[in-house]
Design a protein around this ligand. Sequence first.
Ligand code: SF4
Length: 182
Amino acid sequence: MIKFNIALINQCTETEGVFKRLAIWFQGCEKQCAGCCNPELFPFVPANIVSLGNLLEIITNAKQKFDIEGVTYLGGEPTLQHGLAKLSKEIQSYGLGVILFTGKQYEELPQELIGSVDLIIDGGFEKDNPDNERNLIGSKNQRIICVTDRYRDSLDWFYVPRPKREEINVTENLVITGDVII
Ligand code: SF4
């Protein structure tokens, strides 16, 4: 059975990519970039172990309830989760888009995974190379790569200056997401 190790899910956010999205933060990252904004997600410890079926249920519920346009994967390192391509294909079969943030380079990713998502933001965070222009993107080395045309006309979301934004959602947990505001 495919299972995922998930630190956090925000069922509806407008700060983790284009349009309204469900965002998933996966647990575990071997890269441990200095200055990463989620160091609590480094350890490979069981957080919330969620089956593929349960996760898809959460996503379809969010689609019904919040009219999300898609799902964003963040971390931790999402690509270390076995079954991520299968999850993505299922999400796309519901008409939803998939955005993947990964600390790996695009060229390192398996074709099966690349072929299952719509947009990839690649590369680890480089503390000495900060990006103060693009929204949500931490450092200048990180590339925005359109795998499909789904978000090609919506990339302004990352480039057009806007006030930095954080969201605070109070559900079962207190969730604060979005741009890092210092
Ligand atoms: S790859 Fe991403 S999640 Fe992992 S340490 Fe670097 S910035 Fe943080």
